[in-house]
Design a binder for this molecule. Structure first.
Ligand code: PMP
Length: 394
């Protein structure tokens, strides 16, 4: 007898429940802002990736409405079949100009961008070497390829060099890393990684989901932070769903990259394009970050203030240097308890435990944004002090 769907569902859910891993997202009753309402409570929001406060920004909403009126609610079909809207083409040129790259292509999310680009570029006989802490969408993207897959130790150029030396190939060689790592908030040592990659003729592929809108001049990204924006052997991918306030992903780099992806990236070929309102919001986001330098200043002022105050209170933030600010609570139950108590104090910040992060390093991940006021952060810090003392962490 075949397994019934109800058996499969109840067994899997019971397994997750017993392991304490069953997740249900909290429900927001107001827009994704620095202060919002979650499950009936007014909270300071430290859980989102809304780095620049664009998720509910008036200029993004105005442009989204304008594009909605002018271009409609939907894109109609896959771009190679029904034709591509002018606004998609214009937006891609805007990204390439912003990133100083030869070309850029937009896909539906950061997740599908990794799948589409890695799947399109890598072939049998190629070698891809990936940081051990790279994001799940990179891991899934690499599973779609027939390239030989190897891993190097997190942010370790010497280990990367060892792996490249031990695996010579005539095929394309690609080094893959996140720009900013989403759990620890550390930055890939791109200057050293690119130097090693170049010794072996390898291309460097940077997933800058958490670096776009955060790192580099005007939030142009981690690749810009390290000065590699004009390099043809560096591919930048990232999401338009975090700092840029909408949803989508981009790939930017070599002048021919876009044309190849149009022909080979499966999400481009088989999935309908981004809705016009989203294109409008994102185009406005790119304009706004260049027009208003105070956005980046506030993001980094807030980041420095929040980290310094957490250190002064005695918390361990794992050496994070970006707005992603982990606070270590040890084992998972302590982190989850801390998250519950912070919520009772009006602070929304998620607890993360094994297997998302290593055992003993369970944490609360806080994300500081440009939209937080000093008062928001001070409220969060006094809640942290109270909860940290009650749980014996500080
Ligand atoms: N790459 C990294 C490093 C990420 O953190 C994320 C988001 N969790 C993604 C890709 C996926 O981006 P998106 O949410 O746009 O699918």
């Amino acid at each position: 007898m075949a397994t019934s769907l109800s058996d499969r569902l109840s067994t899997e859910l019971a397994g997750l429940r017993d392991a304490g891993l069953l997740i249900s997202p909290r429900v927001l009753e107001a827009p994704q802002r620095a202060r919002t309402r979650v499950d009936g409570r007014a909270v300071v929001n430290l859980a989102s990736n809304n780095y620049l406060g664009f998720a509910d920004h008036p200029k993004l909403k105005a442009r989204a409405q304008e594009y909605l009126e002018k271009w409609g609610a939907g894109a109609g079909a896959v771009r190679t079949i029904a034709g591509t809207l002018q606004i998609h083409e214009d937006f891609e040129r805007q990204i390439a100009a912003f990133k100083h790259t030869g070309s850029a292509l937009v896909l539906h999310s950061g997740f599908t961008t990794n799948q589409g680009v890695l799947g399109a570029l890598l072939q049998e006989g190629d070698l891809v070497v990936s940081d051990e802490l790279n994001h799940a969408s990179i891991i899934d993207g690499l599973r779609l390829t027939k390239a030989t897959r190897k891993v190097f130790r997190h942010a370790d150029p010497a280990d990367l060099e060892r792996v490249l030396r031990e695996n010579p190939t005539d095929g394309l060689v690609m080094v893959v890393t996140d720009g900013v790592f989403s759990m620890d908030g550390d930055v890939a040592p791109l200057d050293e990684l690119v130097a090693v990659a170049r010794k072996f003729g390898a291309v460097t592929y940077v997933d800058d989901a958490h670096g776009s809108g955060v790192m580099g001049p005007q939030g142009s990204g981690t690749v810009h932070h390290f000065g590699f924006e004009y390099a043809d052997d560096v591919i930048q991918v990232g999401t338009l769903s975090k700092a840029w306030g909408g949803v989508g992903g981009y790939a930017a780099g070599h002048g021919d990259l876009r044309q190849l992806l149009i022909n080979r990236a499966r999400p481009y070929l088989f999935s309908t394009a981004m809705a016009p309102a989203t294109v409008g919001a994102l185009a406005a986001a790119l304009d706004e970050v260049q027009a208003d330098p105070s956005l980046m200043e506030r993001l980094w002022d807030n980041t420095r203030f929040f980290k310094a105050e957490l250190h002064r209170l005695g918390f361990d933030t794992m050496g994070s240097v970006t707005p992603i600010t982990p606070v270590v609570f040890g084992e998972a139950p302590a982190a989850f308890e801390a998250s519950r108590r912070l919520f009772d104090e009006g602070i929304f910040a998620v607890g993360l435990g094994f297997p998302t992060v290593p055992r003993g390093k369970a944490r609360i991940r806080n994300i500081v944004t440009a939209e937080h006021t000093r008062a928001d952060l001070e409220q969060a810090l006094s809640a942290y002090e109270k909860v940290g003392r009650a749980l014996g962490i500080i």
